[in-house]
Ligand binder design. Structure first.
Ligand code: ZN
Length: 92
């Protein structure tokens, strides 16, 4: 699979949805178990939406589609997404 963009290009589109910089978040691929930052994903932008794939195995990690007044975010390719949060205080 060629023609992909660096995962850091997701910063703008995802900033509309999340208040934090999601490209710094760490996710784990549901297919191969590789963990890495969203910014390391390979993003394919030549379809109707954005598709981020695992740099290790090529599995689809997330899909982002944008309409006029809403967005669809499919994260089923990730086991988890660990997001940096401001403040540093932990809640139990
Ligand atoms: Zn993978």
């Amino acid at each position: 699979m060629t023609g992909y963009l660096d995962g850091n290009m997701l910063a703008g589109p995802l900033r509309e949805i999340f208040a934090v910089d999601v490209t710094a978040a760490v996710g784990q691929c549901a297919a191969c178990g590789t963990s890495g930052s969203v910014g390391q994903a390979r993003v394919y932008a030549d379809g109707p939406g954005l598709v981020a794939r695992c740099p290790a195995c090529g599995h689809v990690l997330m899909r982002l589609s944008r309409g006029p007044e809403r967005a669809w975010l499919d994260l089923r390719g990730l086991i988890y997404l660990q997001l940096p949060v401001p403040g540093g205080g932990a809640q139990d």
